[in-house]
Design a protein around this ligand. Structure first.
Ligand code: NAD
Length: 478
């Protein structure tokens, strides 16, 4: 018997009526572990209506009381990290230790957003008129729709819910159809916390049905979406019908530049680790490497040794592993096609290069591709897997020019001991983030935001928080 997931609307379980059901798989074992509804527009409308009703009271509470709710949730998460981690690993495929980090980080993130309660500040603006005061207030938008991907599914709940709730909005969350079980567990953890009904709602279903209904609902004030560029485009056009505000966190094709003066072992360690973390399924991790010719052989040899040493398999199996399976067959096929195209376009396979057959599950061998041409497909399309394409450059200028030659603009990095090269990269790389001599990974107090097709708006920190507010200017004449 597989577990059956139901929607959570207005503080209670809401049966999905005649909606179709979707199976949820364990990607390491190819087994069905649960099923969820493909919720209709009618169910979505009920969730939005519950959120809209609840917002009237929730938005009037002092922010510190709303923050107390976030802290109650984070405490409950901390008590259940082990259980949450197993659920994430089982449906998403990341190794258990990383799933534990994800669960604990989710609790920290909610606490961080709760800290903003006393710091949501408007402005007092000087007036042209005698006796007049002009206030710029920061107010809630209303109902937020949070539409989530599958790669950090539990954390992404908090990344939407934390800032939405502390600023006085209510929320309807649609988890990815690949990973609804961790969301169902999140709902279970809310039980007994006395959260006003309708403040938090979850609807499950496919993007085509449930996601489309949510993003085209006229009572949604903000769609906060994390996922692929194609879906972002569809959501933007649905939102356009109602002029709904969108916050889009989309894909990446992060360049990593390694200059000849870099600490090479450090660069190799971070770059290889980030290509195998979560099986390379991260929006922010290096997707293409530009290395200066003088150190290219050393870098390629180092990356190759590190990737070759990566152990992979079932995250909940008996063996100790560094990397789990890819999320599904479509992800695996996309990686295989991209690697094959790179080889046809002149790349040399240094290690890996093909699908790994473990009898079950979706695995691609940890791969290093040398001599990838800048105009080859693999240097431009998101891989989302354990594959490192390398391109040789002759100068920092050339590296920056090639790095900027991308439709994406999320994260980037440089490894160098020269302060001047590091500053040039930070000023000239046209990306939302640049990491210097460290792994690609953002902090909750930063601002994770891409340019070009990587998105609109961003998450985290003060700027991420303010995305969930609207301005309201009051002119008060004495
Ligand atoms: P996806 O776009 O396939 O799906 C994301 C969500 O959108 C799912 O919940 C899906 O059901 C929903 N959806 C699909 N079609 C929809 C529609 N027409 N209307 C409304 N919702 C719809 O993405 P994915 O495969 O789950 O995630 C991987 C992608 O996410 C990668 O491109 C990755 O780079 C990106 N990502 C970006 C960030 C970031 O912070 N920028 C973080 C994580 C992942």
């Amino acid at each position: 018997m597989v577990a059956v997931i139901e929607n959570y609307v207005g503080g209670v379980e809401l049966a999905s009526g005649g909606a179709g059901r979707l199976p949820v798989f364990n990607p390491a074992r190819d087994t069905v572990i649960s099923e969820m509804p493909d919720s209709s527009a009618d169910i979505v409308a009920r969730a939005v209506s519950a959120a809209k009703n609840a917002q009237k009271g929730w938005g009037k509470l002092p922010a510190i009381e709303r923050a107390a709710v976030l802290r109650k949730i984070s405490a409950k998460i901390r008590e259940n990290v082990g259980r949450i981690a197993r659920v994430i690993s089982e449906e998403q495929g990341k190794v258990l230790s990383l799933a534990e980090v994800e669960a604990a980080f989710t609790a920290d993130y909610l606490d961080y957003m709760a800290e903003w309660a006393r710091r949501i500040e408007g402005e007092v603006i000087s007036s042209d008129r005698a006796g007049e005061t002009v206030f710029l207030l920061r107010q809630p938008i209303g109902v937020v729709a949070g539409i989530l991907p599958w790669n950090f599914p539990f954390f992404l709940i908090a990344r939407k819910l934390g800032p939405a709730l502390v600023t006085g909005n209510t929320i309807v969350i649609k988890p990815s159809e690949e990973t609804p079980n961790n969301a169902a567990l999140f709902v279970e953890l809310l039980s007994g916390l006395d959260i006003p009904p309708g403040v938090i709602n979850f609807v499950y279903g496919s993007g085509r049905t449930t996601g489309a209904a949510l993003s085209s609902h006229p009572d949604v004030g903000l769609i906060s979406f994390t996922g692929s560029v194609g879906t972002g485009q569809r959501i933007m056009s649905a939102a356009a019908q109602n002029i709904t505000k969108v916050n889009l966190e989309l894909g990446g094709k992060a360049p990593a530049i390694i200059l000849a003066d870099a600490d090479i072992p450090l660069a190799v360690k971070h770059l290889a680790a980030s290509r195998t973390l979560n099986s390379g399924q991260l929006c922010n991790c290096p997707e293409r490497i530009y290395v200066e010719r003088k150190v290219a052989d050393e870098v390629v040899a180092g990356l190759s040794a590190a990737m070759k040493a990566t152990r992979y398999g079932d995250p909940l199996g008996d063996r100790e592993i560094d990397m789990g399976p890819l999320i599904n067959r479509a992800g695996l096929d996309k990686i295989r096609d991209l690697v094959d195209s790179a080889i046809r376009q002149g790349a040399e396979v240094v290690t890996g290069g093909k699908v790994a057959d473990l009898g079950e599950g979706n695995y691609f061998e940890p791969t290093v591709l040398a001599n990838c041409r800048q105009d080859s497909t693999i240097m431009h399309q998101e891989i989302f897997g354990p594959v490192i394409p390398v391109n040789i450059v002759d100068s920092l200028d050339e590296a920056i020019e090639r790095a900027n030659d991308s439709e994406y603009g999320l994260t980037s990095s440089i490894f160098t001991k020269s302060l001047s090269s590091a500053f040039r990269a930070c000023n000239e790389l046209r990306f939302g983030e640049t990491y210097v001599n460290r792994e690609h990974f953002e902090a909750m107090q930063g601002f994770h935001a891409g340019t070009r097709k990587s998105g609109i708006g961003g998450a985290d920190g003060k700027h991420g928080l303010l995305e969930y507010t609207m301005t309201h200017v009051a002119y008060i004449q004495n």
